[in-house]
Design a protein around this ligand. Structure first.
Ligand code: ZN
Length: 417
């Protein structure tokens, strides 16, 4: 799947209609969650059927206005959150008994009702809109009659056929309305072998250090714009509640945050592509960012570093270019000596690794990056080796079948169980 995004240009009146469509999408989702809680909806199919019930109900005239396939798309969203809850419960069965404890152990994502948010979206499948032949205009044709919008930034759309558009999502952000086109395409790119295997150790002093000792500086976009953000935040708190000035101030703050996140994403995306293009194998740490953020002294820096996004992009480009991206357990990677494997205890402020057992001296992060690469190669050979052994034993079993009678051992096993 590829997503193309374009900004929608229309009149204020049209935007209000889009708001109504987004609100209705949320209404459909929340109604289905409610029906699930009341045990009226028990499966995905029930959820689809419930869309019809909502549309026929005269108390909710707006439900009928939304395109029928869009209603289904929101039913899918509702059911996805229910399914996620079921999956989490299966993973830890005790949680099912106390599903409503927030943040506690029992919290396994019991479906919540969606609230109003500035960033929200409504999803259309293959009907309810019409894209013009020149791909510069889109017209929404469902009951909300939002009409025709001019699209900004559709150059990418020209490379694809209209049939390849599987979904269209209208996203509201604080700086306007966007249309996202989901295209059914498997992106594959050619890449020459470079002969380089790269282990990456992410950190706060440098964004990452690889096993060749190359360091990339942390851009710290949030820190750069922090003063501006703080000013906007102060201004927002000073405004009166429910006033027009508050709306304006909130919008300004939102835009500033949007800018930070866009710069961050752009930078991380380009870096990830560069890393993938210049190596044949990439090893990274399997970091639990959510747990690390709990350390309040480092939380802002960690969030600002956006390792998670970096990893997502690495994995995406890994698939596109056919480069394996291996995540390894991060424990002991910075402590153990790369040369001899002996643990060398360091604090966060010790920047160089010097081993007393073998006199190996290296930069702390470089040592970690090398360990990560080594572990990943070991992991890789283990999994490859194991599948081969499994195949071999499978063949052996077949041979045994011919020579001996397999019924006896299985019967014995059953008895012992
Ligand atoms: Zn050593």
């Amino acid at each position: 799947m590829i997503v193309c995004e374009a900004k929608l240009e229309g009149t204020r009146q049209q935007y209000r209609q889009l708001d109504a469509a987004i609100r209705t999408g949320r209404f459909v989702r929340n109604s289905i969650i409610r029906a699930w809680m009341d045990k009226q909806v028990k499966s995905r199919n029930d959820a689809y059927k419930y869309c019809k019930v909502l549309a026929d109900n005269h108390e909710f005239p707006w439900a009928k206005k939304l395109n029928s396939m869009a209603r289904q798309a929101h039913a899918e969203r509702a059911w996805a959150s229910v399914e996620r809850f079921y999956r989490n419960c299966k993973a830890s069965p005790r949680a099912e008994r106390t599903p409503l404890i927030k943040g506690g152990r029992g919290d396994r994502g019991y479906p919540k009702f969606a609230k109003y948010k500035t960033r929200a979206s409504v999803e259309y499948k293959t009907s309810g809109y019409k894209l013009s032949e020149c791909r510069r205009y889109i017209k929404f044709t469902d009951g909300f009659k939002a009409g025709e919008f001019k699209l900004w930034g559709t150059r990418d759309l020209h490379f694809y056929q209209l049939e390849q558009i599987k979904r269209v999502r209208v996203v509201r952000r604080c700086d306007g309305y966007y249309a996202q086109f989901l295209l059914d395409i498997n992106r594959k790119e050619e890449k020459d072998l470079t002969g380089i295997q790269r282990g990456l150790d992410v950190g706060l002093n440098h964004f990452y250090t690889d096993n060749f000792g190359e360091k990339i500086d942390n851009p710290r976009f949030l820190r750069k714009d922090e003063r501006k953000l703080k000013r906007f935040q102060r201004r927002l708190s000073r405004t009166e509640k429910k006033s027009k000035n508050r709306v304006k101030a909130r919008n300004k703050l939102g835009r500033a945050h949007l800018k930070v996140s866009r710069r961050r994403n752009d930078w991380v995306c380009k870096l990830a592509q560069h890393v993938i293009q210049s190596s044949d194998l990439v090893a990274i740490e399997n970091l639990q960012v959510r747990n690390m953020v709990k350390n309040h002294k480092l939380a802002k820096s960690i969030n600002d570093a956006s390792w998670r996004k970096f990893r997502e992009w690495l994995e995406y480009f890994g698939l596109v270019y056919g480069v394996p991206v291996i995540a390894v357990n991060p424990s002991y990677t910075s402590i153990n000596c790369f040369n001899c494997g002996e643990p060398v205890i360091k604090t966060l402020s010790t920047r160089t690794h010097s081993c007393c057992a073998c006199n190996y001296v290296a930069d702390r992060d470089e040592n970690a990056a090398r360990n990560i690469l080594k572990t990943s190669l070991k992991q890789l050979s283990d999994t490859v080796g194991r599948t081969e052994i499994n195949n071999a034993s499978g063949e052996n079993d077949l041979c045994l079948d011919v020579e001996t009678q397999p019924s006896k051992p299985t019967r014995r096993k059953r008895k012992s169980l």
